[in-house]
Ligand binder design. Structure first.
Ligand code: 5AD
Ligand code: SF4
Length: 459
């Protein structure tokens, strides 16, 4: 199972101190990939690299890639054409492909994109300095061996987000679930949990540096297990170590989510009741073909448990439309479930067959793309309607909001999130507040995706 996707986008690092060589890193895919890019940056920095936001002045370009849908890979092939043209002007430029697509395609990348000098999979980042040296000596370099142990627990990530407000900590790597549609078990390997002490220490370091919000990341956090320390206990230890920091996590799995975790969230005022619980489909027969290990009724029972323990829970999900053999009736089950659960936000995707997965071997990708597109549009329209209705119930309420950055549409406004994870635009906040401030906000308007309001004062 994969992590929450907040759309695929590139991230460009800011320049730091002057250094003899400059690296440019572009990140695609899930939050785990963003966390991994910070690990890679940490490893490169310790070997003397600086960073640039401009690929045209880089000596080393690294693309940290995603393989979850065909479209994610198509974007990288396109991007490599651009770096090919850049290499004509800067012949010493080294181009590397990291991440899930690197793991999946390995040699094909080198053979079909001569611009690529280096390929390194998600468990190979420790070897980057040697791999770069190999390229400098005139060879191509490739390392895609998956590990059963690697958690990078001792590698200090280099945090390069412009504001020291939010940070990720990866708590585990890989995935042992075999959802039939998913490439992640093949690209990220077996599941392994990072020692809890190193997670608590990293959280404490971030808190001392002034970070206000930490998201714990794993493909399936509910199966975290460090020699008997399970996820609920990890949450408890982190919550106690950094009581001043808001703690979030992603991603949960409906088949594994325990009441113990919900009780722990309810017991600590800094554990956010935001739960991203991917359902994928509302049809039992589709869930069976997806090998998800639960039924719609089981999923609804988990939602009921969340709402019992956490009255202010905010819920989101992932939905795939057009999975192999999905009939109109099966698709209608998904729409019905949406009406019943009423998630606050939904990430929806058209099924994209990934070679080598269980589904690719067992079933036919037989839903025509026009049907997938039409179903996707129906899911989007319904999710928007429900999201808006949920938000309308929040008009007039006052929420504590952590301000993150200037709002995209109007830089005089600021964007932030409530403790429970709802996105908020705070009008005219830029003159009075800074990223990282917590303010009380009176909600006066809403859209399907955000709450909008005015700051009443510091929280
Ligand atoms: N096709 C479409 N969507 C997929 N996802 C995972 N694999 C695929 C695929 N082959 C979606 C799932 C997952 C999210 C991160 O991406 O909904 O939860
Ligand atoms: Fe993240 Fe890799 Fe999965 Fe993409 S394929 S969502 S980068 S784990």
């Amino acid at each position: 199972m994969a992590l929450a996707h907040e759309r695929v986008f590139g991230q460009r690092y800011l320049p730091l101190q002057p250094a003899p060589y400059k690296a440019y890193i572009e990140t695609y895919g899930c939050q785990m990939n963003f966390a991994d890019s910070e690990l890679v940056a940490g490893i490169l920095q310790s070997t003397g690299y600086g960073f640039t936001a401009d690929p045209a002045e880089a000596d080393l370009v690294l693309l940290n890639t995603c393989a979850i849908r065909e479209h994610a890979e198509e974007k990288i092939w396109q991007r490599l054409k651009y770096f090919q043209s850049l290499k004509h002007k800067r012949s010493h430029l080294i181009v590397g492909v990291l991440g899930c697509m690197a793991e999946r395609l390995r040699k094909k990348l080198m053979e079909e994109a001569p611009v690529v000098d280096l390929v390194a999979g998600p468990d190979s980042y420790r070897h980057l300095p040697q791999l770069i040296r190999q390229v400098e000596e005139g060879h191509k370099a490739i390392h895609t061996l998956l590990s059963r142990e690697e958690t990078y627990a001792d590698v200090a990530p280099l945090r390069l987000s412009p504001h020291k407000v939010s940070a990720y900590i990866s708590i585990m790597r890989g995935c042992n679930n075999m959802c039939s549609f998913c490439i992640v078990p093949f690209t990220r390997g077996r599941e392994r949990s990072r020692p809890w002490q190193s997670i608590v220490e990293e959280a404490r370091t971030l808190a001392d540096q002034g970070y206000k919000e930490i998201t714990l990341l794993g493909q399936n956090v509910d199966s975290y297990n460090d020699n008997g320390v399970l996820f609920a206990e990890l949450l408890q230890r982190v919550a106690e170590a950094v009581p001043e920091v808001w703690i979030r996590f992603a991603t949960s799995h409906p088949k594994d989510m325990k009441d113990e975790v919900l009780k722990t969230i309810a017991a600590y005022p800094n554990l956010s009741p935001y739960i991203h619980l991917p359902v994928q489909s509302g049809s039992d027969s589709v869930l069976e073909r997806m090998n998800r290990g639960y039924t719609a009724a089981w999923y609804k029972e988990r939602i009921a448990a969340i709402r019992t323990y956490l009255s202010d829970a905010v819920l989101s999900t992932d939905i795939i439309v057009g999975f192999c053999g999905e009939s109109e009736e099966e698709f209608q089950d998904t729409l019905r479930l949406m009406e019943e659960v009423r998630w606050d936000s939904v990430f929806q995707f058209m099924y994209s067959e990934r070679p080598g997965t269980l589904a690719a071997r067992r079933y036919k990708d037989d839903v025509p793309s026009s049907v997938k597109q039409a179903r996707l549009e129906q899911v989007i329209a319904l999710a928007q309607r429900i999201g808006l209705e949920n938000h309308q119930l929040r008009i007039g309420k006052v929420y504590e909001v952590l301000l993150e950055k200037a709002a995209r549409r109007n830089p005089e406004d600021m964007a932030g999130r409530t403790f429970s994870g709802l996105p908020v635009v705070v009008r005219d906040a830029s003159r009075r507040y800074e990223p990282g401030d917590k303010v009380r906000v009176h909600i006066t308007e809403v859209s399907a995706v955000t709450l909008i309001g005015y700051a009443l004062g510091a929280a």
